[in-house]
Design a protein around this ligand. Structure first.
Ligand SMILES: [Zn+2]
Length: 756
């Protein structure tokens, strides 16, 4: 054996050795019990981060432990297309080239992102390998694989038939100039000075920067504790507006800032996010007065057809004329939302969106956790699940991005001439408008070929189908929320509904992930699993903590405190990184990246390497001197047993205790406890104590036989945590073993009380 352990020399080869041996691919043996984990698929938007690496370490520990215990242990790897997040990352790249998504039709954009994602996928897969993950690559999955698409589309069809999906209004960030919606992350906020108008409004005076939306007001609101307006709360007021008299309700809601203006605000649920939320709380009518073309609609009477800015001027003029404008504050500074593309004002707009009705799905999903059919570890995280299940509302599942699974809804163009379309014509010029107008100038084929987005009105006629139902159809351009497909991950990875894998391995044993996505992901998987199979998709959920930067803050590129796990793998070895992270994670709490611990475990790796060298030398020396083979424990003739000294019995007992401790801790997902138990046993008991004593023993035959037994079993216990070095040593010492050709990954786990 070499003097020191050089991880860089061994890790890659050892991984290949495992993979080639077939150890990662379990057999569906009816005599064995299955043990299944599906890897939460890392996002194919970029490389893995420290949290992913912790996840890999934890799951690999579980799967190696169970594999050694004799289970048919399956761990399925994969990657997530991560719709919106990936598209944003890709668009940043486009920006560097002076381009944006608006330069491409959706089919071209999709292909470009596909290529980008393939690169990331390979990087991620290499990282998973480098971490030593004993995943079954023959079952590798991607959330855009054809069989995944088929399942996801079928689920949607089934839900539609079961009346669990519907279209309804949803507030989005719409830019009338760009003719498209923007995600929250794509909206910039900037400070700007705008006039603040104080207008008379029935018995009140109220302040607003947007008098032109008054035609869409469906209430006025005050703060519930505002004494000035107490007597009006719940009453109706009569307002003499620019289009005649009308009545409005006065509501009390804490969202009103009594310090702003006069403490009274008009509520326009169709054109303001806060008002929209307030509208939902108070069941207010939603009355849109601005169209997708950025002009006021028929509800604005004689103001219809004016752009937002034109309408504002005209409304202010008319308010002045009628004596309804009390004053104008010309120096009002406020924050406005603008689109990232052109800096245009965002118009919060109600658009039809696809929703999942969650009521019937969440009831059973809540039940299984309440009844303990799905257990959440650590237990204190469970309350988050209950709270979420109690408060979960219907789930908006459409996203206005190209990168994803397109919703399988089709609009007949002859029946839906009012579709709002944006496309690139054959000269690559953006055209926007309603279908009827566009068809006067362009053929449907040209529109379809250059299609970017379509917006179908709430009453549009559609059919749900996995393929084009006819010549004159256009498919919905919205894609599924990425959690809609990843919510079916345990099903699609295991070949739901008919595969033999599904029959043998479903449900999975444990779902291990970051607590951050309990709501977004774990709850959805439970809902889908129960809905489609009647069984929860896994028995246990283990939620790990978040790895923070060393300064205790969240890692972020802008703070410059992001830790690159690969640097640690290179410098200290993958085993040390894994162990360091594992010992940092005390029962699922968040923790700072434990650099000191990584270094300590690099030292530990050196320690166990040195023990191996020492044992190797002792055995060589002994056989040279005596020509006798050291007997194996347990000795069937029971000869050795009788000759054991007190210290031998003690170390054998301690090994038993340690095995118990590791097993019990892993059963409870207490990884740090398990790791520390084996660490202390090997360092304090075996190396510092027992090994020292053997140096002076006269009865070398006995002490060496105990030493070998204890050391090999320690390697087994340590293997799930530090797989590389333990396997390397196992191979280095193969001449001391009964079965030299055996790989450590495939050996049986130590049995408590056995002395083999
Ligand atoms: Zn814009």
């Amino acid at each position: 054996m070499e003097k020191t352990y050089n991880h860089q020399k061994y890790e890659e080869d050892v991984y290949k050795l495992w993979e080639k041996s077939g150890a990662f691919t379990p057999k569906k043996d009816p005599k064995k019990k299955p043990y299944t984990i599906v890897l939460p698929p890392p996002n194919a938007s970029g490389k893995m981060h420290t949290g992913n690496v912790l996840m890999i370490a934890i799951e690999d520990i579980l799967i190696r432990w169970k594999r050694m215990q004799g289970y048919s242990a399956l761990w399925i790897p994969g990657t997530d297309h991560a719709g919106f997040e990936t598209q944003i990352t890709f668009e940043r790249r486009l920006k560097e080239q002076g381009k944006s998504r608006f330069d491409f039709d959706r089919a071209t954009l999709y292909k470009k992102i596909w290529v980008f994602v393939q690169e990331n996928k390979h990087l991620i897969e290499d990282q998973i390998r480098s971490m030593g993950a004993s995943v079954d690559w023959t079952r590798n999955k991607f959330t855009l694989d054809p069989d995944v698409l088929e399942t996801v589309v079928n689920t949607f069809k089934k839900m539609f038939e079961d009346r669990l999906v519907y279209r309804a209004d949803y507030m989005v960030n719409y830019c009338p100039t760009c003719g498209t919606t923007f995600a929250d992350l794509e909206v910039n906020h900037k400070e700007r000075k705008d006039p603040l108008y104080y207008m008379k409004y029935g018995p009140f005076v109220l302040a607003t920067v947007r008098p032109e939306t008054k035609f869409g007001d469906t209430a006025v609101a005050v703060h519930p504790n505002d004494k000035r307006y107490k007597k009006y709360i719940g009453k109706e007021i009569e307002v003499d507006g620019l289009l005649g008299k009308f009545k409005l309700k006065v509501i009390a809601d804490k969202f009103v800032d009594p310090e702003f203006g006069t403490g009274v605000v008009k509520v326009t649920p169709a054109h303001d996010k806060n008002d929209y939320e307030a509208g939902k709380r108070h069941h207010l009518e939603v009355k849109p007065v601005i169209g997708l073309d950025g002009k006021l609609n028929q509800k604005a009477g004689r103001f219809a057809g004016l752009t937002i800015n034109e309408a504002r001027k005209k409304v202010v003029e008319d308010l002045k004329k009628k004596g309804l404008l009390e004053k104008i504050d010309e120096n009002y500074v406020h924050t406005v939302a603008v689109c990232y593309k052109g800096g245009h004002d965002i118009e919060p707009t109600i658009l039809p969106n696809w929703f999942v009705k969650v009521g019937p799905l969440k009831e059973p999903a809540h039940e299984v956790v309440k009844k303990g059919k799905v257990k959440i570890y650590p237990k204190w995280q469970e309350v988050k699940y209950h709270r979420w299940m109690e408060s979960m509302n219907d789930w908006p599942i459409s996203r206005q991005v190209v990168w994803g699974i397109r919703i399988p809804a089709w609009y007949s163009t002859s029946e839906n001439l009012n579709l709002q379309i944006t496309f690139l014509n054959k000269d690559k010029v953006t055209k926007s408008g309603n279908l009827a107008d566009l068809l006067k100038e362009y053929s449907l084929d040209e529109i379809r070929g250059g299609l970017q987005t379509l917006i179908a009105p709430a009453d549009a006629k559609f059919s749900i189908s996995d393929k084009n139902p006819g010549k004159d159809y256009l498919q919905e351009t919205d894609t599924f929320d990425t959690w809609f497909s990843s919510g079916q991950w345990p099903l699609v990875t295991l070949g739901y509904p008919n595969s033999s894998d599904f029959k043998y391995f479903y449900p999975a044993d444990v779902l291990e992930t970051a607590w951050e996505i309990l709501r977004l992901w774990v709850s959805r998987m439970i809902m889908f699993g129960l809905y489609l199979t009647g069984k929860p998709p896994f028995k246990d959920v283990y939620l790990h903590g978040i790895v923070r930067a060393m300064d205790g803050r969240k890692m972020s590129k802008s703070l410059g405190n992001v830790i690159n796990p690969e640097e640690y793998q290179e410098e200290f070895g993958t085993d040390a990184l894994r162990m360091g992270l594992i010992s940092g994670t005390a029962n699922g709490h968040d923790f700072n990246f434990p650099r000191d611990k990584v270094i300590a475990y690099r030292n530990f790796a050196n320690k166990i390497w040195n023990i191996a060298r020492f044992i190797n030398l002792m055995f060589e020396k002994y056989s040279e001197e005596t020509g006798i083979n050291v007997p194996f424990l347990p000795d069937k003739k029971n000869k050795t047993q009788k000759l054991l000294k007190k210290e031998d019995k003690q170390i054998l007992d301690d090994l038993n205790e340690t095995t118990k401790k590791v097993d019990n801790s892993l059963e409870k997902y207490r990884f740090a406890d398990a790791a520390e138990a084996i660490y202390h046993f090997m360092w304090d008991r075996l190396a510092s104590d027992y090994l020292e004593k053997t140096k002076n023993r006269e009865d070398k035959e006995i002490s060496l036989s105990v030493l070998r037994h204890v050391y090999f079993n320690s390697l087994k216990l340590l293997h799930p945590f530090m797989p590389f070095i333990t396997e390397v040593i196992w191979q280095e010492l193969k001449d001391l073993r009964k079965r030299p050709d055996q790989l450590l990954i495939s050996t049986p786990w130590p049995v408590i009380n056995s002395k083999d």
